[in-house]
Design a protein around this ligand. Structure first.
Ligand code: HQG
Length: 185
């Protein structure tokens, strides 16, 4: 039987963000993999799916996690990598504030050290509190920080907008963080 949509999405996140080696896949420096190679190698490793199923997951992904190249030959994760990739995004002026959703148990460390990318390549910021809350819930009881991106931008920090609308930056020092209006609701 072939794999279901959620399993396929998780499998793609694993090989395109974290462990291409798991199936012997090679990502280029910008994170792209050949769709043909991905399908062949996944099938050989026992995860069965075809191009139609793959493209269906790309199109219906709630967070638009994956991008297909304009020629239809390559795929990459829009963000969230732990393997080193250079997404080739240009710095962009962010909205005046962005939000970061985390779990309450991390709050003390974040107030002390600021936001760090941890296992990923960059810190992820959300455009609205509802999205940030969903991100935070993945880790436990959610807590939302408001990030003073206007001040960071004025201080030379760079921001990047991933293909799926997630904002990325290298780090957020504590002085640019405040609890959001609904921080721990
Ligand atoms: C926390 C999902 C202690 C940080 C989402 C977070 C997102 C600190 C955790 C994407 C810290 C890292 C990314 C510090 C940061 N001390 N904890 N100094 N600095 N943290 O999963 O942002 O579903 O790597 O607050 O939608 O939660 O995978 O990052 O709680 O866009 O497609 O360390 O993943 O997308 O956790 O999530 P993560 P994230 P997908």
């Amino acid at each position: 039987m072939s794999i279901d949509q959620t399993q396929l999405s998780k499998f793609l996140s694993l090989v395109l963000r974290h462990k291409p080696d798991a199936i012997g896949l090679v990502l280029d420096s910008q994170g792209w993999a050949s769709i043909e190679a991905l399908i062949d190698k996944a099938n050989a490793a026992g995860t069965k799916f075809g191009r139609t199923e793959l493209l269906h997951v790309v199109e219906t992904s709630d967070k638009k996690r994956f991008s297909v190249s304009p020629d239809g030959l390559r795929i990459r994760a829009a963000q969230g990598h732990s393997v080193s990739v250079e997404l080739g995004l240009s710095p962009k002026e962010p909205p005046a504030v962005l939000y970061h959703g985390t779990a309450t148990r991390f709050v003390e460390a974040i107030i002390e050290q600021g936001l760090k990318p941890q296992a990923r390549q960059q810190v992820h910021l959300s455009r609205d509190e509802a999205t940030a809350r969903r991100v935070g819930q993945r880790h436990g009881k959610p807590y939302i920080f408001e990030v003073d991106t206007l001040a960071m931008h004025a201080n030379g920090f760079k921001f990047y907008l991933a293909d799926n609308g997630v904002w990325l930056t290298d780090r957020v020092p504590p002085e640019f963080l405040a609890p959001s209006a609904t921080a721990a609701e």
